[in-house]
Every structure is written in structure tokens, then in C-alpha cells.
Design a protein around this ligand. Sequence first.
Ligand SMILES: C[C@@]1(CC(=O)O)c2cc3[nH]c(cc4nc(cc5[nH]c(cc(n2)[C@H]1CCC(=O)O)[C@@](C)(CC(=O)O)[C@@H]5CCC(=O)O)C(CC(=O)O)=C4CCC(=O)O)c(CCC(=O)O)c3CC(=O)O
Ligand SMILES: NC(=O)C1=CN([C@@H]2O[C@H](COP(=O)(O)OP(=O)(O)OC[C@H]3O[C@@H](n4cnc5c(N)ncnc54)[C@H](O)[C@@H]3O)[C@@H](O)[C@H]2O)C=CC1
Length: 208
Amino acid sequence: MAKTYPVSLVLEGKRAVVVGGGSVATRKVRGLLECEALVTVVAPVASPKLRDLADNARCTWHAKPYESADLDEADIVFAATDDEDVNRRVYDDATAARLMVNVADRPEVCTFFLPSVLRHGKLSIAVSTEGASPLSARHIREGLEAQFGEEYGPYLELLASWRPRVCAALPPERHYAFWEQATDGRVLAALTAGNTAEAEAILESLLG
Ligand SMILES: C[C@@]1(CC(=O)O)c2cc3[nH]c(cc4nc(cc5[nH]c(cc(n2)[C@H]1CCC(=O)O)[C@@](C)(CC(=O)O)[C@@H]5CCC(=O)O)C(CC(=O)O)=C4CCC(=O)O)c(CCC(=O)O)c3CC(=O)O
Ligand SMILES: NC(=O)C1=CN([C@@H]2O[C@H](COP(=O)(O)OP(=O)(O)OC[C@H]3O[C@@H](n4cnc5c(N)ncnc54)[C@H](O)[C@@H]3O)[C@@H](O)[C@H]2O)C=CC1
């Protein structure tokens, strides 16, 4: 298999069709809702957790077996039933419609894989083994949690809020030097210590 091309998809307002309602489908639906996708679940039986998630304006469960027409409104497709033949049909229909498709039991035909994701606000670190060992992806993500803590949420919010300010205050040739110093560890250390005023003061001093 060729290398995969990592991207961060913007799924807000896009229609994701998830076929299957077991634990694998539930994990996928939870992740999709976190990203504000519109989710349609098609499965005769849904897990209790999935039924809770479907109690939401952005997630609808159709309690029935899969049919090709279920993909009519789809922007992206997930096949996660425990029936190989159904998963294969979903794959065939999605491919015929040129839709991106993830097939839970067939890594070799997926057009994308789900990575294991560590997230704090705007930071997302996605770990993929391209199907070689999903549990290893999870262990690696868990290992990264010690290094990248919750402080990255406010840290990145602060840096994002400074971007327009830097553009307005400094000529383009000075932007890189600003960001080099803004991200050298001092601002992060101040925020980690709970000292927002100091973090702001460091950034202010860099505008010099
Ligand atoms: C190809 C891929 C397709 C896809 O995108 O779904 C796929 C396929 C398969 N997974 C299987 C098994 C397990 N999957 C997990 C967990 C996760 N699986 C995820 C992704 C992926 N799984 C994609 C590749 C990702 C990559 O390699 O980087 C994660 C990262 C993301 C997510 O699902 O959201 C999420 C961890 C999230 C987290 O905790 O951070 C666990 C462990 C657990 O449950 O904790 C196990 C049991 C242990 C093991 O087998 O390793 C099986 C065999 C099923 C069987 O034996 O019947 C297949 C099918 C096959 O291999 O044929
Ligand atoms: N990609 C991944 O991360 C993983 C994939 N798997 C694979 O994922 C698949 C699903 O696993 P689980 O969620 O544990 O299964 P499960 O047994 O909990 O759920 C199966 C679901 O498929 C639905 N289903 C069955 N026939 C259907 C049809 N004709 N149309 C629509 N839905 C239908 C059932 O109603 C049920 O909701 C298995 O093939 C398993 O090998 C398993 C673990 C992890």
C-alpha cells in the first residue's frame, strides 16, 4: 500500500453516514459529533450509548438494514457492521458514488483510516499505523499525553488571538522572528504556571 496523506478534515455541517450501530460505530459517531458533523446512523440495532447520542438534532438513527439509497445525502461514509457482505456493499456503493469510505473490517480497501487522537482545544495530534496495529496507535497516543497537557488549549488560543495583532503591528519580514520567540517555551511556561498576565507581557515585549 502507498503512503497515506494525513489531513485534518473540516466536517462541520457535512453529512456522515455510519452503517452499523455497535461499539465500533459508536466510537466513530462520537468523534464525528465532536467535530459537528451531521450524522445518520443506519442499523437495525443500536448500542445504548449510540441511542443516547442519537437523541440529538445532529444525529439521526434509522433502525433498519442498510440499502444503497442510504448514501444519497452522504459526504463521507463509514461501514461498521459485523456483516462482511454488508460492509462490502457499502464500500461498493460509496466507491461508485466517489465518496470517501472507511470500512471497519477491511483496512485494505479504506480510502481513509481513523487515527488515535490526542486533543486539547486547537491542538490535535493524530497517530496512525495505517492499520498495522490500532492498539499501538492508542498506546503511542497515551504516551504523548504526558508531554502535551491541557495547557496547550489556552496556549494555542492565546497565540491565535495574537495573529491579527502581529500582522497589523509588524512588517511581514519580522513575523517569523516574532513567532520563533513566541513559541520558544517561555509563553507556554508562564501559562502552565497559571500566569496569563506574564504570558501576555512576553508577547507584548516581542512586538518591540
Ligand atoms: C484500519 C482501521 C480502520 C478504521 O479506521 O477503523 C482499524 C481496523 C481495525 N481495528 C481493529 C481492532 C482494534 N481497534 C482498536 C482501536 C482503534 N482502532 C482505530 C483505528 C483503526 N482500526 C484503523 C487503523 C488505525 C491505525 O492502525 O492507526 C482507532 C485508532 C481510531 C478509532 O477507531 O477511532 C482506535 C483507537 C482509538 C484510541 O483509543 O485512541 C482496538 C483497541 C481498542 O479497542 O482500544 C482494537 C483491538 C486491538 C487490535 O487489534 O489492535 C481491527 C480488528 C478487529 C477484529 O479483530 O475483529 C481492525 C480490522 C483489521 O485490522 O482487519
Ligand atoms: N475499525 C475498528 O476500529 C475495529 C473494527 N472491528 C470490526 O468492526 C465490525 C463491527 O464491530 P462491532 O461494532 O463490535 O459489532 P457489533 O456486533 O457490536 O455491532 C454490529 C452492528 O451492525 C449492525 N448491522 C448488522 N447488519 C446490518 C445491516 N444489514 N445494515 C446495517 N447495520 C447492520 C447491527 O445492527 C449492529 O448495530 C466488526 O466487523 C469488527 O471485526 C472491531 C474492532 C475495532
